[in-house]
Design a protein around this ligand. Structure first.
Ligand code: ADP
Ligand code: ASP
Ligand code: MG
Length: 420
């Protein structure tokens, strides 16, 4: 096999929305090959094709079977891989498109949110050794029984970094419609600034807290296998953001970025008997229905006999959460279940929080100045999050962004000096 270095380039939907953009992506891949690299491309569906397929499914069935949803949604990527292979062929280079089943990207059987279990490199190595650019369909997998699965919305990123890890790539490039990872979503915060370098840990937390620029499991693969990830624009040649192992200087900055998770709901179980095993039973049941739980809060009252247990979850999971919790209420003797479907979460993230104090106070003060009520607070080592009414979400994000001095017009020292 050739000893040439290998690069994985991933193109998101916006970078493939027209034939012209697909041809531009093809040219990039061909340039990388001309520079002496072996090239593996991972592509997403064109533009908003996946959203359109989801709409189509809902027009035929309000609650489509997940197996059939996966069957449908994976067609989007199949269109892109074929078109990309054709665009590369048109440049005079050889290329081959591969679905997950063809290359052997195996997942568990959890339709619509499957997890990668193994990736075979044989077929890819063979095609690369024949001098071809290999184009892989992102977002999809196949389970041990041959069923088609998907890895969750936005998960082409994960296909890319997982492949980069398995193939020992020197770099994984994520091409998208913005110049890199910003201090906040530039669509919501016009003054947001591009970050040049960010640690895997901070990026993981940003992604987990709602920064849609990267799928969080993609960052996990990067971190675990030490694959540097370069997030950059498909429209320019500018350097974007390097996601990499933490370096000494990174802790000097307390807050790296802020995020907004918009479509959340809180579920409160009121009057839960405060006896051993109750919380375990409640959350085992919720996990058994694959309902993702964001934060959990428990308060004890009535002299310790009862508790209120609350958790936040995606608004899309509310109907199922309501049904599961109402059943539990009957079985365990919980007084009532209350649901608030109009909450968002604003979070501040930075590895520098480990060594800086006063971050929480700055965040609460910003929300107070914005006259926004905080409905819940949660913290971890490098994240502080507040639940706020959904109508106030964007305003909260902008105030918190400003308070940490993250914007383009702000003195850059104001964030690094937040050591009150
Ligand atoms: P792709 O189709 O390339 O995967 P995505 O829509 O998944 O594109 O991700 C790019 C989008 O992520 C941007 O258009 C931007 O609005 C959004 N985004 C959210 N948070 C951030 C952030 N912190 N930095 C940059 N972009 C962000
Ligand atoms: N096409 C898929 C989606 O829209 C995967 C991706 O874009 O990463 O979710
Ligand atoms: Mg994406």
């Amino acid at each position: 096999m050739s000893r040439m270095s290998l690069i994985v380039q991933k193109f998101g939907g916006t970078s493939l929305s027209t034939p012209t953009r697909i041809r531009r992506g093809a040219e990039r891949a061909v340039r990388a090959k001309a520079n002496g690299r072996r090239v593996v491309l991972v592509v997403s569906a064109m533009g908003s094709a996946t959203d359109q397929l989801v709409d189509l499914a809902r027009q035929c069935c309000l609650d489509p079977p997940k197996r059939e949803l996966d069957m449908l949604l994976t067609t989007g990527e199949q269109v892109s891989i074929a078109l990309m292979a054709m665009a590369i062929h048109a440049t005079g280079q050889e290329a081959i498109s591969l679905t997950a089943a063809q290359l052997g990207l195996y997942t568990n059987s959890a339709h619509t949110r499957a997890r990668i279990q193994s990736i075979s490199r044989d077929r890819i190595d063979r095609e690369l050794s024949h001098g071809k650019v290999v184009i892989v369909a992102g977002f999809q997998g196949v389970d041990a029984g041959g069923e088609i699965t998907t890895l969750g919305r936005g998960a082409s990123d994960t296909t890319a970094t997982a492949l980069a890890a398995v193939l020992g790539a020197e770099l994984c490039e994520i091409y998208t419609d913005v110049d890199g990872v910003f201090t906040a979503d530039p669509r919501l915060v016009p003054g947001a600034r591009k970050i040049d370098e960010i640690s895997y840990d901070a990026m993981l937390e940003l992604a987990g807290a709602g920064a849609g620029i990267m799928h969080s499991r993609a960052v996990e693969f990067g971190k675990k296998y030490d694959v540097p990830i370069h997030v950059r624009s498909s429209l320019t040649e500018e350097r974007g953001t390097m996601i990499m192992a933490e370096t000494a200087g990174m802790e000097a900055i307390s807050v790296r970025g802020v995020t907004l998770k918009e479509d959340l709901a809180t579920v409160s179980l009121i009057g839960v008997p405060n006896t051993p095993g109750v919380a375990a039973r409640i959350f085992a049941e919720i996990a058994g229905h694959n309902i993702l739980v964001d934060d959990i809060v428990q308060n004890i009252y009535d002299g310790g006999t009862h508790a209120t247990i609350g958790f936040s979850t995606d608004a899309s999971a509310v109907a199922e959460a309501r049904a599961v919790c109402s059943r539990l209420a009957d079985q365990i003797g919980i007084e009532s279940v209350e649901i608030d479907e109009d909450v968002s979460k604003v979070s501040a993230v930075g590895v520098g929080m480990r060594t800086h104090t006063g971050i929480a106070a700055t965040m609460f003060d910003a929300l107070a100045k914005a006259e926004i009520n905080i409905e819940n607070i949660s913290t971890s080592e490098i994240v502080i999050s507040c639940l706020v009414p959904r109508k106030d979400g964007t305003k909260a994000l902008r105030y918190v962004h400003d308070a940490f001095g993250l914007g383009v017009d702000q003195p850059s020292g104001s964030n690094s000096a937040a050591t009150a």
